[in-house]
Design a protein around this ligand. Structure first.
Ligand code: ASP
Length: 585
């Protein structure tokens, strides 16, 4: 090795030792007679000290001529520091150098490579290899590594076998657009990159593998957000001869294991909530249960009192923001503006304050008597000092809007602490979802999901009411994983494809291989996949998954560091029999 120790290693015990360190010059402080260098590597920072008159002149000058991010090798003696730094583990010592060797010079970096940086997002993405030198970013990847190890340890211990599945495949229906790859050897034909290994893992069950997992890249061509990347990583799992109950228990075990091993946090048994309740009480299939503030429906209390907005509404529903009655007019106006934003789409906000004497003062006092308003307070279990916020309108839209308002209030009231974790299972999802645009049903999870046997009788008359054996794991309002018990019977699978509007020929062309496999002894099976990047960002207390991916893409799906995607040469296009046309300028 070029070094005897790392920059994070030396302590008081090493005082007096002659050591060799290598690393990057993070900072150089030149006070004339004294010069300090912070030398950094992956393990930490060690201070090098040079003193005019004590350090030989040529060495002092050599140190002075170093620039930020130079890669150097230093020979020196470990000395106890006069003024110690308790912020870093090596803060009790420093190195008095006897030799400096420049291993490589460096151009001035485009931003500060320190915990707090002056670099904007774009610049840091372009020079991602420099950003990765920063401790907070490196820590995120260390966390990811730790998570990956803990996942493998748990699944290995539970007899899962990791099997790799191909990346050049044909479309898997996970509800997004496919990335496609042209095939040179098969002109005019394309592979699709997997949106998930769904069909392969089911085929592995037919092969008898029984318990499969894979930490695997998946690709979905969707519009991007903070928690989405075109390529992302799943912990993908499938099991045979299991019930939904077995799967929930196995994977809640995985999550508890991760919390314990990686964060030292003990998680109780995960509560379960039906999809119907999640929508009714939280307006979302991924409720943030770190705080209560459940929805209270008011229809019977508010109708036919002359307030047209409520009379015309399909649903009148509200939340109780406990202790927020002191909200000023300005704050309430902000909330009204918030719910009226086009993304949220409410037409207005009704509020009612429970005053110190227990009486209720509302924005609709004109229409409701004090007794009416008392009945509201009772429905919300409201106490003096509470603020009731009520929305009205179309059922689904109003629930969605109130969900946003609830989250906003949770945020404002400090109820969404990143160090508190509230995982739960949401179960009994509908099998199908009506799509207004295409005027037909879509699979809510994917077309391989099994209906609940007891709901099968609804298949002809009320398919929209069929529930699936499908489940999501939700933590702090984030869907971290989801899966289902699968169909393993060819006839039922065919029926499902028909329901989804596939002709027999289409179903056969796209998924014939799977339906054929079902005729060779397919075991009952089911599985789940976790969004690994999301899980990492959640554990790391961040909102964006980008910081937990070594080389992420920006919001336009570009890797600005390597400049991809990029045009390819005409010769390459010819080889693929592809002709460009009408490119948007
Ligand atoms: N393939 C599914 C997904 O990517 C997960 C599953 O059903 O196991 O969401």
């Amino acid at each position: 090795m070029l070094r005897t120790h790392t920059c994070g290693e030396l302590r008081l015990d090493n005082v007096g030792e002659e050591v060799i360190l290598t690393g990057w010059v993070q900072r150089l402080r030149d006070k004339g007679g004294m010069l300090w260098i912070d030398l950094r590597d992956r393990y930490g920072i060690t201070q090098l000290t040079f003193e005019d008159g004590v350090t030989p002149a040529h060495l002092f000058e050599a140190a002075r001529s170093l620039g930020r991010e130079y890669v150097i090798r230093v020979v020196g003696k470990v000395i106890e520091r006069y003024s110690k730094n308790d912020k870093i583990p090596t803060g009790d010592i420093e190195i008095h150098a006897s030799k400096i060797e420049v291993l490589n010079a460096a151009k001035l970096p485009p931003f500060m490579i320190e915990d707090e940086t002056d670099g904007g997002d774009d610049l840091r993405m372009k020079y991602r290899y420099l950003d990765l030198r920063r401790t907070p970013v490196r820590r995120n990847l260390e966390l990811r590594h730790q998570m990956m190890r803990a996942v493998r340890a748990y699944l290995d211990e539970h007899y899962f076998i990791e099997v790799e599945t191909p990346v050049l495949i044909k479309s898997t229906p996970e509800g997004a657009r496919d990335f496609v790859v042209p095939s040179r050897m098969n002109p005019g034909e394309f592979y699709a990159l997997p949106q998930s290994p769904q069909t392969f893992k089911q085929l592995l069950m037919v092969s008898g593998f029984d318990k499969y997992y894979q930490i695997v890249k998946c690709f979905r061509d969707e519009d991007l957000r903070a928690d989405r990347q075109p390529e992302f990583t799943q912990i993908d799992c499938e099991l045979s001869f299991v019930t939904q109950e077995d799967i929930l228990n196995t994977f809640e075990g995985l999550i508890r294991h991760l919390f314990l091993k990686v964060k030292g946090v003990h998680i109780e048994k995960l509560p379960r909530m039906t999809y119907a309740d999640a929508m009714k009480y939280y307006g979302s299939d991924k409720p943030d249960t770190r705080f209560d503030m459940r929805f209270v429906e008011l229809n019977p209390l508010v109708k036919n009192k002359g307030f047209k907005v409520f009379d015309d509404a399909e649903l009148v529903v509200g939340i109780n923001a406990k202790g927020a009655a002191s909200y000023t007019r300005k704050q309430l106006d902000e909330l009204t503006d918030f719910v009226k934003r086009p993304q949220i789409g409410a037409t207005g906000l009704v509020y009612a304050r429970v005053q110190e004497d227990g009486s209720v003062k509302s924005s609709v006092d004109k229409f409701y008597t004090p007794e009416d308003l008392q009945a509201w307070a009772t429905a919300f279990n409201a106490k003096p000092g509470d603020l009731l916020l009520v929305l009205a309108g179309d059922k689904d839209k109003t629930r969605k809007a109130l969900n946003e308002l609830r989250l906003e209030m949770g945020e404002r009231m400090g109820l969404r602490d990143k160090n508190v974790f509230s995982p739960l299972w949401v179960v009994d999802f509908p099998l199908l979802e009506w799509d207004e645009d295409s005027n037909r049903y879509h699979a809510m999870h994917h077309p391989f999901t099994s209906p609940k046997p007891e709901d099968l009788e609804l298949i002809d008359d009320r398919p929209g009411d069929i529930r699936a054996n499908a489940y999501d794991m939700v933590i702090n309002g984030v869907e971290v994983g989801g899966g289902s018990i699968r169909i393993h019977d060819r006839r039922l699978q065919e029926q499902m494809f028909r329901l989804l509007g596939f002709s027999n020929a289409e179903a056969k062309a796209q998924f014939g291989f799977l339906m054929d496999a079902f005729e060779y002894g397919a075991p009952p099976h089911g599985g789940i996949a976790f969004g690994f990047d999301r899980l990492c960002s959640l554990f790391g207390g961040a909102d964006s998954i980008r910081d937990f991916i070594a080389f992420p893409k920006n919001n336009s799906g570009r890797d600005v560091m390597i400049d991809a995607p990029s045009p390819i040469a005409d010769a390459q296009l010819d080889e693929l029999h592809i002709k460009m046309k009408n490119l948007p300028s």
